[in-house]
Write a new protein. Structure first.
Length: 201
């Protein structure tokens, strides 16, 4: 066992190459993954619910769009594929996850519009039309609140954030906390024990 988590900046877990296949909105994806990143062997069930239940951007969307905690890039790659005019930012602290996301963007032919970055590399004045996230609940409540408190204010005035959280991992309490912070939060959908939250100003 190692001390690695998917939110480790430089995982030491062997990066055994894998391929994760899934379908979203009638399109098939085959993305490279590896050990040491979030849900390395399959599309995470929460991510699958988010991509199935939240309304994907239209082809006319111009963004910018944010995938917060991108992992190997399934959300970012889907967003870039369905919104060919939009710039998509894929942000993750995990170096291996960023490398995989960049490679998957190349494979899909969307690398010119998919910006892979550490949190610090995102321009401070950039605001997002949409934020998508399967947030890293396991970093702990305090760190999670700090994370969302840092990024949700980056929403454009009419922007929307789509979050997916497992009910048993605190989905309902997170919704209450967001409301207490002054956000408008709607439980957009529930499926397989996951809450899809729509967050606006």
């Amino acid at each position: 066992m190692t001390g690695d988590h998917y939110f480790t900046a430089e995982p030491s877990t062997p990066g055994q190459a894998r391929e994760v296949q899934f379908s979203v909105a009638g399109r098939d994806y085959a993305l490279a993954s590896a050990g040491g990143v979030f849900s390395a062997t399959r599309l995470d069930p929460g991510t699958a619910v988010l991509l199935r239940k939240a309304p994907l951007p239209t082809p006319a969307a111009v963004g910018p769009l944010l995938d917060l905690g991108s992992g190997f890039g399934p959300i970012a790659c889907v967003l870039a594929s369905v919104a060919p005019q939009a710039t998509v930012w894929a942000v993750d602290v995990n170096e291996r996850a960023r490398e995989l996301t960049a490679g998957n963007a190349q494979r899909l032919g969307v690398a010119d519009r998919l910006r892979v970055a550490t949190p610090e590399e995102v321009p401070a004045d950039l605001h997002f039309a949409e934020i998508w996230s399967n947030p890293p609940i396991r970093i702990g409540k305090e760190d999670l609140h700090q994370l969302l408190g840092r990024w949700l204010p980056r929403l454009a005035p009419d922007g929307v954030a789509w979050l997916v959280v497992a009910r048993h991992l605190g989905g309902d309490s997170l919704q209450r906390w967001l409301v207490e912070q002054g956000w408008r939060v709607e439980r957009h959908a529930s499926q397989k024990g996951f809450r899809v939250l729509r967050v606006t100003r």
